[in-house]
Design a protein around this ligand. Sequence first.
Ligand SMILES: Nc1ncnc2c1ncn2[C@@H]1O[C@H](COP(=O)(O)OP(=O)(O)OP(=O)(O)O)[C@@H](O)[C@H]1O
Ligand SMILES: [Mg+2]
Length: 378
Amino acid sequence: MQNKNNPFYGKIYRGPKFFCDRKEETKLLTNYITNGVNITLFAKRRLGKTGLLHHLFYQQRNNTNMVCIYVDVLATHNLVEFTNYMATAVYNAFPPQKTLGKKIMELFQRFRPTISFDELTGNPSLNLTITTPDQKNNTIGNILNFLDNQNIKIVFAIDEFQQILEYPEKNTEAILRTHIQQLKNTSFIFCGSNQKMMHEIFNSAKRPFFASCTSVSLEHIPATEYKKFIKKHFNDVNRVITDECLNFICDWTQLHTFYTQYFCYTLFALNKENNGIEEAKTAAQTILKLNENTFYQYKNLLTDTQWNFLVAVGKETQVHQPTAKKFITTHQLGTPSSINRSLEALLTKEMLFHNTGVETPYYEVYDKYLMRWMQLNY
Ligand SMILES: Nc1ncnc2c1ncn2[C@@H]1O[C@H](COP(=O)(O)OP(=O)(O)OP(=O)(O)O)[C@@H](O)[C@H]1O
Ligand SMILES: [Mg+2]
């Protein structure tokens, strides 16, 4: 059960107090958006891309010269839905009482919109009438152009952007790129959880978005910053947390933001006044127990060969050369060609991550809790 009084509650961005570090990254991104630079934000899964976008835009909330609009397009299936999501975000960003809001409403009227309200949140969403091929290709461009001519700086953060690769309209990238290219006052931050697909869109020389954006890579939050942040939140409510406990957290979760946050969430929820190594171990056990079903589901979704290989990587924590003789014999893994096949499959399924941003690249199990569970049980 998620408890919103827990300072490590992570489902939504709750302001700077609950957000750890990212000072340099925020400074860099602020500089880019102020200067109208288009950006792609890359990082491994669950490291904090979406959180950082919210943090960045939160800093601009009172900036009257710049409007920041966040759109998550994960649930879209085609270009029309993409256009409607963008239109809805624009509609919600400009209150209709204000002059610009009125003008935007007039623009949307041209597309004979229907407005519906989300049953749970009550948030409005716009459905424009987009039927002809010409409307399909150009409505997003019309909206962007209109906004671009209003003498105000606009920044769109489009999250889960890789979703456009799933659209039936295979020319989506070309359409968007063409429209975006012409804008003067509008810039974009593209971000997505599937790094492979995001790289395909932005780093493949044959595709429309190639070399169109400045790429920013997000790394792990440094241990010193994370420890300070965790300690402060425990101390704020008069609870003690030892250095040993903090070291355990950083090591056990490998400072992978989602796993570190959730660990702290669990530890905090134990409600202990003194938090040392024993409490940390209890939190770890609680997490592994809670996730055991998921781990077995993973196992059932993989072939035995893939699972055994994943376990081997998990037990080693990091593997530089998965076809090295020593690694194969230690874990009885079969032939290099079967290892390569497993490797490929596990990378595609995002069960393994290949860290190439370091001097000696290595493979690691993506899910840090699964890794710890494998280390204990195999
Ligand atoms: N700097 C931070 N301080 C505290 N919590 C954070 C921070 N960054 C991210 N989080 C939390 O960590 C979790 C994962 O972050 P987030 O969803 O932003 O990652 P992501 O990189 O966008 O993941 P995905 O690749 O799945 O889209 C969330 O619960 C988020 O609230
Ligand atoms: Mg995200």
